[in-house]
Structures are given as structure tokens and as C-alpha cells.
Write a new protein. Structure first.
Length: 114
């Protein structure tokens, strides 16, 4: 029984972040779950990797752990102000390294906010 238990691993999100992406780490189930639960899981999946997602109550909103939301808000506001000051969408596209469609979408969204 002990050999079979060692072959199950769970993918659990790691709190360390690199390039704003969550790393996945694998933990041995024998250190996390009681033996009776391990045996129950093995009835469904044996010797394979499975992913256990977070509870919906533990999920964070996009950008909650970084300042990216504020950065994008500031950038988009600046794009709209530049557009309102007379800059063309194509000029803004080059200035902010965004596609023309993205600039148009940002301007449309900012107009709806005002």
C-alpha cells in the first residue's frame, strides 16, 4: 500500500510569483491527507497527477496581488487624455506599443466612463 500512495501527487498553487504568473508545485499526498482519504481518492485516480482548485471563497480578483490594475487605469486614462488633446489613434498606438484596435477599445471604454 505504501508504494501506491507515493505515486499520487497534487498540484497546488505556490505563493511565489515569477513574471506575474503563479508557479505550480507538487506536494506528496502522504504529507497532506489522511490514509483513508488517500485510499478513497485512489479508487478514482491512481498514480496520476490531479489539480485541486481553490475554493471560490478563497479566489482573489484579477490583479489583486499586484499594482497592475492601477497601472492600466493610469495608462488608459492618459491614452484618453492624449486622444482628447488631438493625438491620432495611430500615433497613440505607436507611443504606447498597442494595436490600433486596442487603442480604439480603450478610448471607447473611457468615453463610457465619462
Amino acid at each position: 500500500m505504501q508504494q501506491a500512495i507515493k505515486t499520487i501527487a497534487f498540484a497546488i498553487p505556490n505563493r511565489n510569483k515569477t513574471f506575474r504568473r503563479a508557479k505550480m508545485s507538487y506536494n506528496k499526498v502522504i504529507y497532506i491527507l489522511p490514509n483513508d482519504l488517500i485510499e478513497k481518492v485512489q479508487e478514482y485516480v491512481d498514480g496520476e497527477f490531479i489539480y485541486i482548485p481553490r475554493k471560490s471563497s478563497n479566489k482573489k480578483e484579477w490583479g489583486a496581488g499586484t499594482s497592475i490594475r492601477q497601472e492600466l487605469y493610469t495608462r488608459n486614462t492618459q491614452i484618453y487624455e492624449d486622444y482628447f488633446a488631438g493625438h491620432s489613434s495611430q500615433d497613440l498606438s505607436k507611443k504606447y506599443f498597442l494595436s490600433l484596435k486596442s487603442i480604439q477599445r480603450i478610448i471607447r471604454q473611457q468615453k463610457n466612463i465619462d
